[in-house]
Every structure is written in structure tokens, then in C-alpha cells.
Design a protein around this ligand. Structure first.
Ligand SMILES: NC(=O)c1ccc[n+]([C@@H]2O[C@H](COP(=O)([O-])OP(=O)(O)OC[C@H]3O[C@@H](n4cnc5c(N)ncnc54)[C@H](O)[C@@H]3O)[C@@H](O)[C@H]2O)c1
Length: 336
């Protein structure tokens, strides 16, 4: 299947490599608002550069388009690509508001194409195993669900592109950009939130958005928990999700189950060496998760099924995070 990438910044090359690593997938070209970097990227990797999204899809024959532009500029190219007839695999967060996500969902429906979201931490075995165990009921009723998301980003990282750290194009800081992966995973494991009460602050960077956010979450299941997200935790730590049920606990760290302890069963720990990464250095991530998304998008198209993370699912983390920001701005609880 022919893929094209929109946006040739940091994450674009991870997508290109992931596409290259998947049998039957081919990256045919790129489009960027800025022609010079797009030309350089294309020359370096011996692929085409297009001067519009439409020509990438219609002339280039691109079947799946990857959106790798700034987060608050996902909707426009995604809609353009879908209207030209392509399926879309979009980087996280799907967009920075639920209103924009709803427009993307409506366009996908109208055009009869697939829209999938990259949220690769859900694709790892540890997360999937935790989901299966929770769904099997082995933990009993879930009582507590917490996420600790302690990244480190330098001021130079925020200064490296104008959109970083802005409300309009980043949509938020530590929670919307980095934390969205884990807010997505915990929402997948614990279900929807009923309300949230948050304190978001900018403590150690010169940016508009928050670099630390603490939230108390009441989950609809009746469980409660905390979500902490920061980019101030030097030197950066692997993220953790901790789920405690009536009959036991699952502690997830990065891609792995660090400890699973269930009544009547032997304790379990994942032994694999796979790392999701990115806590200290945004460029230190594996392509394994992106490969999973590429493979899944191809299968979704071939089998005419939903992608692994359909847009309605990707919307949930953005809904929760924007509620956190509203709670911090206005004070008090915000219901979802
Ligand atoms: N899944 C992950 O682990 C992961 C990691 C990093 C970034 N991301 C996501 O990928 C996206 C891009 O992040 P990045 O770090 O690569 O950003 P970046 O600034 O390095 O690259 C963005 C690219 O988009 C281009 N661009 C900007 N406006 C455009 C427009 N209007 N039309 C076309 N191209 C345009 C820029 O020229 C640039 O080449 C963000 O949404 C980010 O959240 C995901």
C-alpha cells in the first residue's frame, strides 16, 4: 500500500522507517508547508516531494496519508487528504479540541475512509495484557487507577519549533503533548472519567502552556485515582500506570508489566527488553509502535474494519485533558 507523509519534522522519519519496515507498505513521498525541508527529506530518502496534498493522493496514488504536522494543525491536512480519497493515520493527539476531532470524524464518515490515531503505548504487549486481565474480571472491581507521567524537556526543546508550548498549536503542555499517551492508556484500562479536579502550572519553562498538571480523577466505574503529568522531572522517568482492584494489582511501567499480583495466582512480571522511550529525549523512541499502527491501518483498509485506535477512542484522552485544563482555569471539578 502506498503511504505519503504530511509534515517532515522530528516524527516524520520514524513514520518513514516504520513504513519501510512493514511488508507490503511503501512510502512514496512527502508534502510540507515548507518546500525546502520537504525537498531535502525526499532527496535523502529517494522519494517524491509533492506541492499539494491533493496531488500526493490523486497523482501520487497515495492510499494512506500520515499526518505528522503540529498537533493543532492535524485537522486541516487530514480533512484535505480524506476529501481527496485517502485513508488517514494521524499522530497524537488526534487534534487539540474535541470540536476539531468531531469534524474529522464526520469527514471520515462522509468520505467513506478510515481515520486512525497513533497512540503507540497502547500497542505494546504489557498494556494489551493489562487490558485483557482487567476485562477478564480477574482483578475484581477496580478501586484505584493512577498514572504518573514524569518526563523531562529542556527549554531548547520548546524553542526548537514555534508551535511547541503554545495553546493554539500544541493544545497544552506536559499533559496534552507527552501525557496524552498515558491518559489514553489509563482511559483504555479504567474506562471513562466522571469528573476531574486539576491544578496545572508553568513552573520551570518559558512557555504558554503547563509543564506540570496534577489531577484527581473520579472514574465512572466508581474507582478513583490521580494523574500527574510533567516535563520538569529531570532527567525524565518511565511512565507508570497503577491499577488496584479488589483481588489484586497491575503495575505497568513504560511498555511492560512491572508487577501483577492476583489472588490465587503466581506473581507475574514482563521480562522483555522493548522500551517505548521518549521520557528524557523526544527522539529516543522505538519505531515498533508506529510499525504496529502502519500494519494495522493496512489491515483495517483491506478488511474494511476500524483501525486499532479509531477516532472515537482517540477523542477520549483529548476530552479528559481539556477538562483538566478547564478545571484548573476555573477551579473545582469539571464533569465529563
Ligand atoms: N507518537 C509519538 O511518539 C510522537 C513523537 C513526537 C511527535 N509526535 C507528534 O507528531 C506531530 C509533529 O511533531 P514533530 O515533533 O515532528 O514536529 P516538528 O515541528 O518537528 O515537525 C512538524 C512539521 O510539520 C510542518 N508543518 C507545519 N505546519 C504545516 C502546515 N500547515 N502544512 C504542512 N506542514 C506543516 C513543519 O514544517 C514541520 O516539518 C505532533 O502532533 C506531535 O505531537 C508524536
Amino acid at each position: 500500500m502506498k503511504f505519503g507523509i504530511i509534515g517532515v519534522g522530528v516524527i516524520a522519519d520514524f513514520h518513514r522507517q516504520a513504513i519501510e519496515n512493514v511488508d507490503g507498505a511503501e512510502c512514496i513521498g512527502v508534502y510540507d508547508k515548507f518546500q525546502e525541508p520537504a525537498k531535502n527529506f525526499a532527496e535523502k530518502h529517494n522519494i517524491k516531494v509533492f506541492d499539494s496534498i491533493e496531488s500526493m493522493v490523486k497523482d501520487g496514488g497515495c492510499q494512506i496519508v500520515t499526518i505528522a504536522t503540529p498537533s493543532g494543525w492535524h485537522m486541516e491536512p487530514a480533512i484535505e487528504a480524506m476529501k481527496a480519497g485517502a485513508h488517514v493515520l494521524c499522530e497524537k493527539p488526534l487534534e487539540v479540541t474535541t470540536e476539531k476531532i468531531d469534524k474529522m470524524i464526520a469527514t471520515a464518515k462522509e468520505c467513506g475512509v478510515k481515520l486512525g490515531s497513533v497512540l503507540q503505548f497502547r500497542t505494546f504487549e504489557g498494556t494489551k495484557k493489562a487490558k485483557a486481565v482487567i476485562e477478564s474480571g480477574k482483578l475484581g472491581k477496580i478501586l484505584i487507577a493512577d498514572a504518573y507521567i514524569k518526563y523531562y524537556r529542556t527549554q531548547e526543546y520548546y524553542d526548537s519549533a514555534k508551535w511547541r508550548g503554545t495553546w493554539e498549536l500544541d493544545g497544552g503542555g506536559a499533559t496534552m503533548n507527552q501525557g496524552v499517551h498515558w491518559v489514553d492508556c489509563i482511559s483504555w484500562l479504567a474506562g471513562d472519567a466522571e469528573w476531574v479536579c486539576s491544578l496545572a502550572s508553568t513552573l520551570n519553562h518559558n512557555i504558554e502552556v503547563e509543564d506540570v498538571c496534577h489531577s484527581i480523577v473520579k472514574w465512572k466505574s466508581g474507582a478513583q485515582g490521580v494523574i500527574e503529568a510533567t516535563t520538569c522531572a529531570k532527567p525524565g522517568f518511565e511512565s507508570r500506570i497503577e491499577i488496584h482492584g479488589e483481588k489484586g494489582s497491575i503495575l505497568l511501567e513504560d511498555t511492560k508489566i512491572k508487577k501483577m499480583s492476583i489472588d490465587g495466582e503466581e506473581d507475574y512480571e514482563d521480562t522483555g527488553s522493548e522500551k517505548g522511550g521518549g521520557y528524557s529525549d523526544p527522539k529516543a523512541i522505538t519505531t515498533a509502535g508506529h510499525e504496529h499502527h502502519v500494519r494495522d491501518m493496512m489491515e483495517a483498509v483491506e478488511q474494511n474494519r476500524d483501525p486499532f485506535i479509531p477516532p472515537t477512542e482517540a477523542r477520549r484522552s483529548v476530552d479528559l485533558i481539556t477538562a483538566m485544563y478547564r478545571s484548573s482555569r476555573e477551579g473545582g471539578r469539571v464533569s465529563l
